[in-house]
Ligand binder design. Sequence first.
Ligand code: MRU
Length: 351
Amino acid sequence: MEHIYFSKQTNKLMLLDQRFLPLQEKWFECGLTTDIVYALQEMVVRGAPAIGVTAAYGCVLAAMEVGPVKGWKKAVDEKTEQIARARPTAANLEWAVGRMRNGLKGRDFAFADELATFWLELALDIHRRDVQDNRLIGSLGAVLLSDMDTVMTHCNAGALATGGYGTALGVVRAAVEQGRKIRVIANETRPFLQGARLTAYELVRDGIGVTVACDNACAHLMQKGLVQKVIVGADRIAANGDVANKIGTYGVAIAAARHGIPFYVAAPFSTFDRDIATGELIPIENRTPDEVRYINGISILPDHVEVYNFAFDITPAELITGIITERGLLKPPFGAAIASAQDLNLSRNRL
Ligand code: MRU
């Protein structure tokens, strides 16, 4: 599923607008930095790796927008900083902008449009490699699934949340490609309904069996023996293995531990943040109360009632069975496992 692409004819970034799925497949066109920031903040595109890929293309647009003017370096820097700050939780956003900036080391460009040409190749490479990593995560994680397993997932960690193929759904896809029969329970994921709208949309398109359940059905479904494994994605993983992911993930992990169900996180190394020691230091996005207050424009709450709308929560490392990465399955103790995977020191990652 190609849901992010850069048109070299128009110099625009095209995003499949996730706000309208599954009812309408509309495309959102980005030509300016402000379009990119809007698309990220309003969740035209969402999911940590997809946010990173979009940010990389966003840097290209920023350089094109500035053009051949005096003081272009500072202007490009300010615009890319706006992109890096668009949402706080997903590590991939800063990672991607950092990769674009690091790519400039030792190079000199006369004008911003030369830089844009160079950056476009780098952004395409970040995009391509994200898909490759997801396929690796998929094939390395697929061995954890048995024939006839039902996998619960929370939010959407599929093709739409990444450059393509998906992390948590990539593992499911790879197991199905290897010939196993797998079903998925997609938690609906209030308030943006990534599970109901996006995960179900992707799996239906692939012909993979999916059942949507309300978030508050999770423990009951586990108690009834309907769930064999949980696999979720991640927005940021601290150095000790604590994981920030969509609000509700922590509750799913607690319920899985109570029922002895393996709880896996699938994520590329661009989601790991070595500078953050533990989960409590991860910035959690607090979104507008209106996302909770209104359904299809209709208020479901008494006037003036306060709302919590934290977009993410932290699952402590001790509740996680394993973290499936493109470099293999990391097992507890995660601090040591993450550090030694970092020591592989693959040049493309900042880790
Ligand atoms: O607010 P969102 O939709 O950007 O949150 C997305 C998630 O929490 C995903 O689970 C996470 O980014 C992993 S995507 C592979």
